[in-house]
Design a protein around this ligand. Sequence first.
Ligand code: NAD
Length: 486
Amino acid sequence: MPNRADATPLWFDPAEMLVGGIWRRAAGTLPVENPSTGAGIGALARGTAADVDAAVAAAGAARAGDWGRMTAAERGRLLARIGRAVAARADDLARIEAADVGKPLRQARADAAALARYMEFYGGAADKLTGETIPYLDGYTVYTLREPHGVTGHIVPWNYPMQIVGRSVGAALAAGNACVLKPAEEASLTALAFARIAEEAGLPPGALNVVPGLGEEAGAALAAHPGVHHLSFTGSVAVGRAVQAAAAANLVPVTLELGGKSPQLVFADADLDAALPLLVGAGIQNAGQTCSAASRILVERSRYAEVIARMAGRYRALRAGPALADLDLGPLISARQKAIVEGFLAMAPEGSVAARGEIVADAPAGGHYLAPALLAGPGPGHPLAQEEIFGPVQVVIPFGDEDEAVAIANGTGYGLVAAVWTASGARQMRLAKRLRAGQVFLNDYGAGGGVELPFGGTGKSGHGREKGFEALYGFTTLKTVAARHG
Ligand code: NAD
């Protein structure tokens, strides 16, 4: 198969980072790999603590300058303009993302469309973020002001760079903050491309600064920086803990979007024809490297065998191949991630693999491909049913009744997304309340949901909310003004 991914439409130098409106090189670089081929496709700036320092200072200066003086309506108009510019470059952005992350082109296109939509949504919301007046004592007028935190730090993972930059930076800018963005070392290209587009659309210097680099260097420096007033982190539980500890040292608020082990509950009265595409699709999207992947399928015992058989049929038809071949799955992000997933699969009890998909024969040998695996056998307490695998692996588990289904669903320590498939309206309402999750879908599964829907978790899945209007509140601080006028 020709390595068409090499035709990445990069119109900028990925070894440059953006600090205070100036594109400049860092002291060192990091290699950029195309996971579909294993080939190098360039070099990325390896930002240091000093670069982060400069970026935070530039963000502070932007807050005190043109950016800080912009009205909410002007910010909104600007974000909407950036959204239109992103939409106009969506195909380029999708191709860059496909080459950098390995996701099938149509999934990369969906991410580019989501980035544009975030800018549109938050652009429209910027001047609708209001305070309130509060009845108080006689002779007083009391009102609240929603103000930006100031400088916000954004640490982003590699699995959905465009979507996560969109939801996090989009909301922060709409609220009037100035941002320092640290994209993931495995996938920084679209964050840099987005910053170029935003700059061309008129975003003032310093409002958005981008410092790529290693997590333990640039990421840790940003998390610990005393000039940052709010941290937004999306990534693993372990790093989330470290970021929260760093935030605690500076006493700043932090939003953590961590992992998940999200269940879909299938009751005997479910419409299986409607459920099946989403039972499988929500597990293998982005090769299972999705925080809100539906990695556990819980099925009422009377239909357990039938669900396994029907899911297995779909699995056998799944094909993994290069991103630009646009199949069901691309490669995993890296050899390291593939080894992690293979390590989990090695734990599968004998005879528990119900079905595997296939890797297409002409997939490049250097790519990090893994045939998706459907498992039936590991019990609810097995590591395969407890730990986030972050690969195309789903576990099907039987349950006897509603109480047992809830106990299994809530029994992992994570709580990000859940779905309930049932014809019973009363059960839908009951379970929506009983399930421990930040989002519950009834007869549907939207991994993460739309731009408008608040998203986030509880427990090991993190805290705080991204997306929707709720995220805007998170990127502001509330001031209460009490006037005694007699
Ligand atoms: P990761 O935690 O290793 O890295 C995430 C980001 O943190 C990267 O930018 C990385 O450079 C940075 N980082 C690493 N070490 C750091 C440190 N010591 N200090 C500061 N920053 C540091 O996660 P990953 O492997 O890139 O992503 C996979 C994880 O992210 C999964 O667990 C997944 O569930 C989670 N995730 C969650 C969501 C969500 O919205 N809940 C979305 C996507 C991914």
